[in-house]
Structures are given as structure tokens and as C-alpha cells.
Design a protein around this ligand. Structure first.
Ligand SMILES: Nc1ncnc2c1ncn2[C@@H]1O[C@H](COP(=O)(O)OP(=O)(O)OP(=O)(O)O)[C@@H](O)[C@H]1O
Ligand SMILES: [Mg+2]
Length: 420
């Protein structure tokens, strides 16, 4: 924790940039939210930065709003990374235990994770996360945390998450320009999962689905381990575009119609119900059928959910996750989306709200704050250091190279190489 116990998370989304500032209170388990800043995004499309100056401006405004509310300034923050060019690789590392008595120390764990990182990396890719899934010590397999055990040879199976190097560079530059130092970067669906999913859900088998403005991301867990994560290039913003085209209205009018009259299940809408367009734009006149609007929404949301189902099929988990799907992001607030998701994913469906916070809760107690809230929890664990995040516990996903303080420097070095 920094000296004044204030930490910050910035979710750089396609629709909104959200900054959340929290304070860790002595003796309290929950983080207290003290500042929230939300502004409309610019320079960000489908989760990736396409205009550094524009994005920096939005980030700067969002940070300034949160700082004003909290009365404290932030220099550093945990930030999320989206975009649809992530790739996953399974990797292994093997080391001999260093100590003569064979007891596994933190340095052994770090060395074996570093070994797992040694994969051939294409020039245009950067490693975002190395997530240890399980360890093997000599003949004993499926170990979640080998610290303190005795053996000769330690192996780790890890998931390596890579992102496009250009994308990481643009993100780093935008934050630098906005005057914020990056503490660490977290993949958006993994940050969201951190604030939303419980240990029990992750043990049973669950998929977190974040339906954002420009992307839909997912993270699948089973037996406490991450199985899969993906970012799909379609989100709830595409519904707005479809309505604008279908009704021949502006994007602004289409967005307002979606928010006020939208529902994901057309069969629940009375065919005779009409929407007066002049209410949204004095330049326009006439009525449109609400049933027609809901058909447009259902078609696009159905397509998004089918894409999620395809990701589950790829890993052989379609319809097979007992804790079901938890929906977050702005798109999760669309009426009847849970019913549609239940039909397509054939799973129990819930809406996710961030866990573990007090303070100005009304703002953050919202499915679209999943990512920003998760970044705060990530940041807190990062400062706690130690190996609290080494699998086993609630935090299957700890910071990069979780497990020891000195590795943080490595990460900083990695970020540093992108700074202008
Ligand atoms: N109450 C609501 N009903 C329906 N849709 C909503 C509601 N509130 C927000 N949305 C939609 O959610 C989308 C924005 O979601 P969110 O804020 O999670 O996106 P983001 O994080 O900025 O984008 P991304 O994660 O894709 O980069 C917009 O398309 C918006 O119209
Ligand atoms: Mg988002």
C-alpha cells in the first residue's frame, strides 16, 4: 500500500473511462471507495487505443474527477487492457529446489514461473500475465501452492497471456501523457473476474461475461483455475448502431431509445406499442414499433451470446459450468438479457455486482464497474506482497509474477521500455 493507503484503478473502456480511488482502512477488510470519475471515451475503439491524444484527454478528465471527489491526488494506478488481439499459450517451467533441505522457498517459485515465461515470443507480442495454474513437486501433482513443501524438482503449468506490443505501447503512452504512472496492467476480463466471482463459483465452474460498449470479454474458471479467456470485438454499442440503421435515426437518438425502451426478448413486447421519436429529437417526427426495436436488439445480443457459446464449445465447457454465467458490463443492464443468455448458453445466469467495497457505493455498485473495482482489488493484493495470491485462495489471479517483491521491479522494467 502506498504511504497514505490510497490506490487507484483506471478502466479504459470503449464507451467510458472509469477511474476509481479507494482507501484501505485499518482493521477493515473492505476497501473504501473515496473517488469515482467517469467520462465518455474518445480515441478508443473495440477496447484498443486508436488516438493517443484523445485517449489521454479522456483519461486525464476521468482521473481529475475522481481526484476532486476524493480530495487526494494519484500518481500511479492499475490499468486495464482490452482489445481483441490477445493470445493464450500453455507453458511449463521446471527447476531444481535451491535449498539443501529441499524446502520450497519463494525464490524457487519465482524461478519456476520465470522458466515458464521463457517461450518464443513473436516480435509484435508482449507477455501480459503468467498465471500459474498448478505445480508438481517430484511425484506429487496438482499442488496449488508448493511453498514450504519438500522435494527435489519443482514444475509449474502456467497460462501465458499475450497482447499486441503496439497496443501495450499505445496504452502506456496515453497514460504517460495523461500524467499517470502505470503500477501494473491487467487484462480486462481477468480484472473483472477479480471483483465479481467468488472462490466457490471458481471452484464449481463459471464463466464471467463482460458485455461492454465495443467488446465482450469472458473468463472461464474451474477447480479454482483459469481455463480460458477471450475478448470478442462486438459489444452493446453495436446494438445502438443497428438501431440507428434500422430506424434511420442518429446514434444519439438510437442510444436513448435503447436505454429507455430496449429489451433483449422481443416476444415479451406488445406488437402494438409505439415509440414517439419526436420525444428524443425535435427535428424528427413519427412513431416506431417497440417490437421492431426489440427484434433488432435481440438479433445482435443473440449473436454476441452465440459467440460466447462458441468460446465455451472450443474448450468443451458449453452447458457444463455448474455455477453458470455471471454477466457484467453496461450490456448486462439490458432488460431480459439474462433470459436470452439462459436460452443460448443453457446455463444459470446472474448479473454480477462488485464485491468487497464500502464508501460511495451507489456509484460502484453497478455491473459496469466490474473492471475498475477488480483493478483496485488487484492493486491491494499487489501491495500486500507475499504469496497471498498464489492460487488456492480467493485470488487465483494475482499480479504478474506473483509471489515476491523483487519481481515487481521486473514488471516495472517491462513497462519502462515503452515510455517515451
Ligand atoms: N441500462 C442499460 N441498458 C442497456 N444498455 C446499457 C445500459 N447501460 C449501459 N448500457 C450499454 O452498455 C455499453 C457500455 O458498457 P460499458 O460501460 O461496460 O463499456 P466499456 O467498458 O466502456 O467498453 P468495453 O469494455 O467494450 O471497452 C453501451 O453500449 C451502453 O449503451
Ligand atoms: Mg469494459
Amino acid at each position: 500500500m502506498s504511504r497514505n493507503n490510497v490506490i487507484a484503478g483506471i478502466d479504459i473502456g470503449s464507451s467510458s473511462v472509469r477511474t476509481v480511488i479507494a482507501q484501505e482502512m485499518r482493521g477493515e477488510e473492505s476497501l473504501r471507495i473515496v473517488g469515482v470519475g467517469i467520462v465518455s471515451s474518445s480515441g478508443i475503439r473495440r477496447g484498443a487505443i486508436i488516438d493517443i491524444d484523445e485517449a489521454a484527454k479522456a483519461i486525464n478528465e476521468s482521473v481529475a474527477l475522481a481526484e476532486r471527489m476524493s480530495g487526494s491526488e494519484i500518481r500511479k494506478a492499475f490499468v486495464s487492457i482490452g482489445g481483441n488481439d490477445i493470445s493464450l499459450e500453455n507453458s511449463k517451467g521446471v527447476v531444481a529446489i535451491g535449498r539443501a533441505d529441499g524446502e520450497v522457498g519463494e525464490d524457487d517459485i519465482n524461478r519456476v514461473i520465470t522458466e515458464a515465461q521463457a517461450i518464443p515470443l513473436p516480435m509484435n507480442k508482449d507477455i501480459l500475465h503468467i498465471i500459474p495454474k498448478k505445480y508438481r513437486l517430484d511425484d506429487q501433482d496438482n499442488i496449488k501452492n508448493p511453498l514450504g513443501m519438500r522435494g527435489v524438482r519443482l514444475e509449474v503449468e502456467a497460462l501465458v497471456v499475450e497482447s499486441s506490443a503496439a497496443h501495450v505501447k499505445n496504452l502506456t503512452k496515453s497514460l504517460y501523457q495523461a500524467g499517470v504512472e502505470i503500477e501494473d496492467i491487467a487484462l480486462e476480463p481477468l480484472a473483472s473476474a477479480k471483483s465479481i466471482l467468488t472462490k466457490k463459483q471458481k471452484e464449481l465452474g463459471v464463466v464471467l461475461v463482460n458485455i461492454g460498449g465495443g467488446t465482450t470479454s469472458l473468463a472461464v474458471f474451474e477447480e479454482g483455475e483459469i481455463l480460458h479467456t477471450a475478448i470478442l470485438p462486438v459489444g452493446a454499442g453495436h446494438i445502438t448502431n443497428d438501431i440507428a440503421i434500422g430506424l434511420r435515426t442518429s446514434i444519439e437518438v438510437a442510444e436513448r431509445i435503447k436505454l429507455e425502451y430496449g429489451t433483449a426478448l422481443s416476444r415479451e413486447v406488445n406488437h402494438k406499442e409505439e415509440i414517439d421519436i419526436s420525444r428524443f429529437d425535435s427535428q424528427e417526427e413519427g412513431y416506431v414499433s417497440r417490437y421492431h426495436v426489440s427484434e433488432i436488439i435481440e438479433a445482435r445480443m443473440g449473436e454476441i451470446l452465440e459467440m460466447v457459446q462458441n468460446e465455451l464449445k472450443k474448450i468443451g465447457k458449453a452447458g457444463l459450468l455448474p455455477a453458470g454465467a455471471v454477466l457484467v458490463g453496461g450490456g448486462a443492464k439490458l432488460p431480459a438479457v439474462n433470459e436470452l443468455a439462459k436460452e443460448i448458453l443453457k446455463l444459470p445466469i446472474q448479473t454480477g455486482f462488485p464485491n468487497g467495497f464500502t464508501g460511495v457505493l451507489d456509484k460502484v455498485d453497478d455491473p459496469s464497474f466490474a473492471t475498475a473495482a477488480g483493478l483496485l482489488l488487484w492493486s491491494r493484493d499487489h501491495y500486500m506482497g507475499g504469496n497471498s495470491a498464489m492460487g488456492g485462495g480467493d485470488n487465483v489471479l494475482g499480479p504478474i509474477f506473483e509471489g515476491a517483491g523483487h519481481t515487481v521491479e521486473k514488471v516495472r522494467g517491462w513497462i519502462g521500455k515503452f515510455l517515451p
